[in-house]
Design a binder for this molecule. Structure first.
Ligand SMILES: Nc1ncnc2c1ncn2[C@@H]1O[C@H](COP(=O)(O)OP(=O)(O)OP(=O)(O)O)[C@@H](O)[C@H]1O
Length: 342
């Protein structure tokens, strides 16, 4: 089993996790362990994807990093450090200070996460007010700027609307705005595009990519390997609470070593399931990943991950998310907008 990923520790280390174990107390027996000896590092401006079957411990791992593992949880670790501060045995008040300001979170369905009765701008403003004292007008201006930053058109008008009055894509962007309102170094995104119409998934992914390019570190939980291959620098594959494989996205998806990882990749539509149409987002990703292909090739019924010689066709060296960022392929405007160095 892979206990931790091999990565050089630099000055940009945001999060250090070593030997993380999470169990849940039960009334009818001994505690049940659901996260086992998990370890990884997260650098500034890096995106790590947690993938794995349902119940493999991805969300519990992520929730532990927000102090939300649950009342019945027992969290133990050799090291669990955010910007060199331990996250172990912290009070609820301490966590309230960390959530939002140091670690932001975006969950699957903004309709559930946002208060349906309050205008989205007001909710974001209140999140800001919890941590920063600011005049009301300055706070509102900051909210409008945030909504604009995540690509919400007519932000002054949208800020006054309730979640139910917004489309799914706008709601999710409002949620992202709320997650980054306090400029947290880390954002945890648990299936951030799953509940969205395919036509807006790509836009939301673009916002995530801009955040990462601007220095935010992201922990992405996703079942969608097309999303993972587009956004994540590294992948941790979880099974039964353990990391069974870890490495750079391209390497893991192109040449998985573990049988379980191969199963996950095989579950992605391939040439064998020809006729499966790519989502809009898939086509956008495919066009980016295979720029030398004729445009018509990525319009219709071809899969993003195409089976060839028993392996899936994935981004070649120099085409993954990290390389895209290094080569400045994230728009300059986006870098300016989100590029405050922390
Ligand atoms: N508060 C809790 N009390 C007891 N068991 C829990 C609690 N929260 C999660 N679990 C259990 O922990 C295990 C891991 O759950 P987790 O939500 O992390 O899975 P996951 O990999 O995120 O799955 P999914 O992809 O379906 O969200 C599951 O068996 C789940 O039932």
């Amino acid at each position: 089993m892979v206990a931790s990923t091999d990565i050089a520790v630099g000055n940009d280390l945001r999060l250090r996790v070593r030997g993380l174990n999470v169990s849940f107390r039960r009334n009818d027996g001994p505690p049940r362990q659901v996260v086992k000896d998990v370890g990884f590092d997260l650098q500034r401006g890096e995106c790590i994807a947690l993938v794995g079957e349902s119940g493999s411990g991805k969300s519990v791992t992520a929730r532990t990093l927000l102090g939300l593992a649950g009342e019945n949880s027992i969290v133990q670790a050799e090291a669990l450090e955010l910007d060199d501060e331990t996250l172990i045995n912290r009070s609820d008040a301490w966590w309230r200070g960390v959530r939002g300001s140091k670690v932001g979170f975006i969950l699957q369905d903004a309709l559930v996460s946002l208060d349906p009765l309050r205008p989205v701008g007001k909710e974001i403003a209140e999140a800001v007010a919890l941590h920063r004292s600011m005049a009301r007008s300055a706070r509102w201006a900051a909210v409008v700027e945030l909504l604009e930053r995540v690509g919400v058109p007519e932000p002054e008008i949208r800020a006054k609307q309730r979640p139910g009055e917004l489309s799914g894509g706008l709601r999710q962007r409002a949620l992202i705005a709320s997650a980054i309102a306090l400029d947290p170094g880390i954002v945890i995104a648990d299936e951030p595009t799953t509940a969205l119409d395919v036509t807006v998934q790509a836009q939301v992914l673009a916002v995530l990519e801009q955040m990462i390019a601007g220095g935010t570190s992201v922990i992405l939980i996703s079942h969608d390997l097309a999303v993972v291959s587009r956004v994540a620098d590294r992948v941790l594959v979880m099974k039964g609470g353990e990391i069974v494989e870890a490495g750079e996205t391209e390497q893991i998806l192109r040449a998985p070593q573990h049988a379980y990882t191969r199963q996950l990749i095989d579950a992605v539509p391939s040439e064998h399931t020809k006729g499966t149409r790519l989502s809009h987002e898939g086509r956008v990703a495919a066009a980016e990943l295979f720029p030398d292909r004729a445009a018509s090739d990525v319009q219709g019924d071809i899969p993003l991950l195409e089976a060839r010689g028993g392996h899936q066709e994935l981004p070649r060296a120099g085409q993954g998310p990290a390389h895209r960022r290094q080569r400045g392929l994230v728009p300059a405007q986006a870098r300016r907008d989100t590029g405050r160095r922390r």
